[in-house]
Ligand binder design. Structure first.
Ligand SMILES: *Cc1c(COP(=O)(O)O)cnc(C)c1O
Length: 357
C-alpha cells in the first residue's frame, strides 16, 4: 500500500512518474535495457540529458545566458563550489536563516573574507530578516541566501536587491513557485526534495560567472568544466537525471510552475489555517515568512508529539517527525504531495486532538 510520505528529503515522487519509470525499467524505448544500465555517452542518454535541460529551461524560464548543469555531491558540495568558483576578489556576504545557510557560510570561510550580513538565529530561525541594499558590500563577489529553510519552515517571499550577484540555495523550494531567474547569478538545488531521487544537483549559472574560479578550484567543482561538457565531463548520476526529466514533463503537463504554485498555496493554506484555528497545535514561524513546502508544528507536549508521530504512521501518514533541532513534527508537502495527502493529515490531526486534548 502506498502511504502519504511527509519526508523532508528524499521525499515523495509523483505517482505517474514512478509508474512511467517502472514501465520503462526493463526496456527503455526499445533499447532492451534500463536507463540505469546505459552508457552515458549513448544516443538515448544524450537525448535524456538534452530533454531534461530543455524542460527545466522552459519550466523556470531560464534565459539563454545561463547554463543548466547536472552535477553530483548534493547541495552541500555547492557550499564549497560557490566560493571556489566566485571568490575572485575574495569577499562575499552571507545571510544565515537556518542550518543549511549556516553550513554554507562556514564552508565559505575557508576560502575568503566572508561577512555575515544578517541572521535569524536570535529567534531560532523562525523568521527571515529584513534586508535592504545598503546592508551589502559593493566589493563582495556575491551574496548568498537560502530561499527556503527546510528545517525551520521559513521562506523568502521577496529577494533582496544586491550590488553583487545573488547566489541562492533553492534545494527545498525550486519549481514550487515562479522565480525570475535573471534576478540571480547562480541558483543551485539538490534534487531529492522537489525534483528527483537523490544523486543529482541542479546548478543554474549565469555564463559570465563561470570564468572567475580560484586557481585551486578542483576541476570537478568548476562550473565551466561541466558547462563545456554538457554535464558529461565524467559519469553523471544518469538515473536521477532521467527521473528529473520525467518529473519536469509531469510538471509541464500539469500546467507548469504557475499551476503547481496555486496548488502549493492551497495545500499550505489548508494546513496553516487548521493549525492557526486550533488551540492544540502551534506553528512558531512568523506568518509572513512561512514556507509552502515544510510546515513544522507541535502539540502541547513532547510526549504527545511522540505519540502523534507513531499513531500517524499507523494511519499511513509517515515521516512526520520534526528535525532534531526543532523537535515536534514537520510535514513536508513538496510538489508531489497531493491535496488529498494534506487533507488526510488534517483529518488525522482533528481526530488526534479530540482523543488527546
Ligand atoms: C537538504 C538541503 C541541503 C543539503 O542537501 P544535500 O543534497 O543533502 O547536500 C542544503 N540546503 C537546503 C536548503 C536543503 O534543504
Amino acid at each position: 500500500m502506498r502511504v502519504y510520505n511527509f519526508s523532508a528529503g528524499p521525499s515523495m515522487l509523483p505517482l505517474p512518474v514512478l509508474e512511467k519509470a517502472a514501465a520503462e525499467m526493463l526496456d527503455y524505448h526499445g533499447t532492451g535495457m534500463s536507463v540505469a544500465e546505459m552508457s552515458h555517452r549513448s544516443k538515448p542518454f544524450q537525448a535524456i540529458v538534452d530533454e531534461a535541460v530543455f524542460l527545466l529551461r522552459e519550466l523556470m524560464g531560464v534565459p539563454e545566458n545561463y547554463d543548466i548543469l547536472f552535477v553530483q555531491g548534493g547541495a552541500s558540495t555547492q557550499f564549497e563550489a560557490v566560493p571556489l568558483n566566485l571568490l575572485k576578489k575574495g569577499k562575499a556576504d552571507y545571510v544565515v536563516t537556518g542550518n543549511f545557510a549556516n553550513k554554507a557560510f562556514k564552508e565559505a570561510q575557508k576560502y575568503g573574507d566572508i561577512r555575515l550580513v544578517a541572521s535569524s538565529k536570535d529567534k531560532n530561525y523562525t523568521y527571515i530578516p529584513a534586508l535592504s541594499p545598503e546592508m551589502f558590500s559593493p566589493e563582495a563577489d556575491y551574496v548568498h541566501i537560502t530561499s527556503n529553510n527546510t528545517i525551520f519552515g521559513t521562506r523568502y517571499t521577496a529577494f533582496p536587491q544586491t550590488p553583487s550577484p545573488l547566489v541562492c540555495d533553492m534545494s527545498s523550494n525550486i519549481l514550487s513557485e515562479p522565480v525570475e531567474v535573471s534576478r540571480f547569478g547562480v541558483i543551485y538545488a539538490g534534487a531529492q526534495k522537489n525534483i528527483a531521487p537523490a544523486g543529482v544537483t541542479i546548478v543554474i549559472v549565469r555564463k559570465d560567472l563561470e570564468e572567475q574560479a580560484l586557481p585551486i578550484c578542483p576541476t570537478m567543482l568548476k562550473w565551466s568544466t561541466q558547462a563545456k561538457e554538457n554535464s558529461l565531463y565524467n559519469t553523471p548520476p544518469c538515473f536521477s537525471i532521467y527521473m528529473a526529466g520525467l518529473v519536469f514533463r509531469w510538471l509541464k503537463e500539469l500546467g507548469g510552475v504557475p499551476e503547481i504554485y496555486k496548488i502549493n498555496q492551497y495545500k499550505a493554506g489548508l494546513l496553516y489555517d487548521f493549525i492557526d484555528n486550533s488551540a492544540f497545535y502551534t506553528n512558531a514561524v512568523n506568518p509572513a515568512d512561512r514556507s509552502l513546502m515544510n510546515v513544522p508544528f507541535i502539540t502541547p507536549s513532547a510526549e504527545l508529539d511522540d505519540k502523534f508521530v507513531k499513531e500517524a504512521a499507523k494511519s499511513g501518514l509517515v515521516s512526520l517527525k520534526g528535525h532534531r533541532l526543532v523537535g515536534g513534527m514537520r510535514a513536508s508537502i513538496y510538489n508531489a504531495m497531493p491535496v488529498e495527502g494534506v487533507k488526510a493529515l488534517i483529518g488525522f490531526m482533528k481526530k488526534f486532538e479530540l482523543e488527546n486534548a
